[in-house]
Ligand binder design. Structure first.
Ligand code: BES
Ligand code: ZN
Ligand code: ZN
Length: 489
């Protein structure tokens, strides 16, 4: 999809369909002859401005556009940039389902802000996404938009810059979605590293990939233990962004779980639904997408993405329940369940971020537990921290991006569940509060670095298509992580 920014009056915008936002308070005004037609839609009750309502008008009077789509946005007072992002995405999906390929959205003067300009184009790019890279007939199920114009008549130059930022963020999110959607036979740790390398080269970032031998030398026994059952060699992918002029000495480590397929290992998972475990690298893909955006948007803080990437397989070389591994920071862990592998690879990446890179702050994203899905469903990512100020900063940007995150507790009382008779720690607690004990386990290794953990098991994959989004990979966290770095003070 080609996108462009237009400052012209909406009447002159030639397209197959022009989208206008409509509110419950009354019919929207474009200033063209079609306003009477829209008023007619309101009077006939075909359109009332209610949220999610779409009404299509053919041959609107006084517009160069062939059609006008009146998109209901609900009440004006509760309308914000996240709501606009969804509205535009749903409208674009609706139109492309009808083979309408050249679309524009009218961002009326009263709606214009940096946040809405970015959100509108993000909505278009994200709504256009289909998880069909491997379909040979792409027209069959998911159609594509050719062009999208954001029409902001009479807008300030700053608005175009916000629009351009939205393009980078949304394209980076779709880059992540493509990585997550790729099946595990095509997205091994090695292939993920190749994608990271190619992205870094395109974006002008440095990329380093540590192999098994290197990790062995660093003492990453915990990560290597998970990897040992697979014929696919593990890697630790590092992508580095260094600002031309750093505002301070802070260094943000973005750590993402990169299990390219999670069978559970010897503690094997049931076969039903196992195919979905290709998305167990969604955290890793999210931090790579965030780096792509960061390279384009150039924040003034140093950021390094760390993606420990492994395949979790059973086999004669696989680690066994009861095995004890030594992590890079010297602690021993008893592997009571080989399916709790995400935390085992993350902690060695944490140690690398702390000891080798000197990261002052860490944020991780991981499809870590099914318990978080029980707790929060598919609506919110679970957020855990050892530093409330850092989480509050992330929450502020995530809210503006419409990425739902919900804080979970991390009290020391949960530590009782993490006792091992034979090692410093077991890798699992009891059944109860499974997402919290997983996070507590991570905290034992993240401390004392200020750190936030996001459990995205419920939010990284959409089970059923929504009006504004295709089924499959969501690319959650990409925009929030990039914005966290951009707003760093
Ligand atoms: N990758 C899974 C978590 C997961 C489950 C992600 C469902 C997405 C959807 C993780 O490695 C895992 O298997 N966790 C176990 C931990 C348990 C053995 C303590 C879980 O949550 O069931
Ligand atoms: Zn697992
Ligand atoms: Zn897993």
């Amino acid at each position: 999809m080609q996108t462009r920014f237009e400052r012209n009056v909406v009447d002159t915008i030639a397209c197959d369909a022009l989208i206008v936002a409509a509110f419950e308070e009354g019919a929207p005004k474009t200033g063209a002859g079609c306003d009477a037609q829209i008023q007619g839609l309101y009077e006939s009750g075909e359109c009332s401005g209610k949220k999610d309502e779409l009404a299509l008008l053919h041959a609107p009077q006084g517009l160069a556009a062939k059609r006008l789509l009146v998109a209901g946005c609900g009440k004006r007072e509760s309308f914000d940039a996240p709501a606009l992002r969804r509205t535009v995405a749903a409208a674009v999906r609706h139109l492309k389902g009808k083979s309408i390929r050249n679309i524009a959205f009218a961002l009326d003067g009263s709606l214009q802000s940096d946040a809405t300009a970015a959100a509108a184009v993000e909505g278009a790019i994200l709504g256009d996404y289909e998880p069909d890279q491997l379909k040979t007939d792409k027209e069959k199920d998911g159609k594509r938009v050719d062009t999208f114009a954001l029409a902001a008549p009479g807008s300030e130059p700053a608005l175009e810059a916000a629009y351009a930022r939205g393009v980078v963020l949304a394209e980076s999110q779709n880059f992540t979605r493509d990585l997550v959607n790729a099946p595990a036979n095509l997205m091994t740790p090695t292939r993920l590293a190749e994608h990271a390398r190619a992205m870094a080269a395109d974006a002008g970032l440095e990329c380093e990939v540590l192999d098994r031998e290197k990790m062995h030398g660093l003492g990453m026994g915990s990560l290597l233990g998970v990897a040992q059952g697979s014929a696919e060699p593990p890697v630790l992918i590092l992508v580095k962004y260094r600002p031309e002029k750093a505002a301070g000495s802070d260094h943000l480590g973005l750590v993402g779980k990169g299990v390219t397929f999670d069978t559970g290992g010897i503690s094997i998972k049931p076969s039903e639904g196992m195919e979905k475990m290709k998305y167990d690298m969604a955290g890793g893909a999210a931090v790579l997408g965030a780096m792509r955006a960061i390279a384009g948007l150039k924040p003034s803080i140093a950021v390094t993405a760390l993606v420990p990437a492994v395949e979790n397989m059973p086999g004669s070389k696989a680690q066994r329940p009861g095995d004890i591994v030594t992590t890079m920071n010297g602690k021993t862990v008893e592997v009571l369940n080989t399916d709790a592998e995400g935390r085992l690879i993350l902690i060695d990446a944490f140690a690398y971020a702390q000891k080798q890179l000197g990261c002052t702050h860490m944020v991780d994203a991981a499809t870590l537990t099914s318990s978080i899905v029980v707790a929060l469903g598919h609506v919110h990512s679970g957020a855990f921290t050892n530093n409330q100020a850092l989480l509050d900063r992330l929450f502020a940007v995530a809210r503006a991006q419409g990425e739902n995150m919900w804080q979970m507790p991390l009290d020391d009382d949960y530590k009782e569940q993490l006792k091992s008779a034979f090692a410093d720690l077991p890798n699992i607690g009891t059944r109860w509060g499974g997402s919290i004990t997983a996070a507590y386990f991570l905290k034992e290794f993240a401390d004392p670095t200020p750190w936030v953990h996001l459990d995205i098991a419920g939010t990284a994959w959409l089970e059923e298509a929504k009006p504004h989004m295709a089924k499959g990979p969501t690319g959650v966290c990409v925009r929030s992580f990039a914005e966290l770095a951009l707003g760093w003070k």
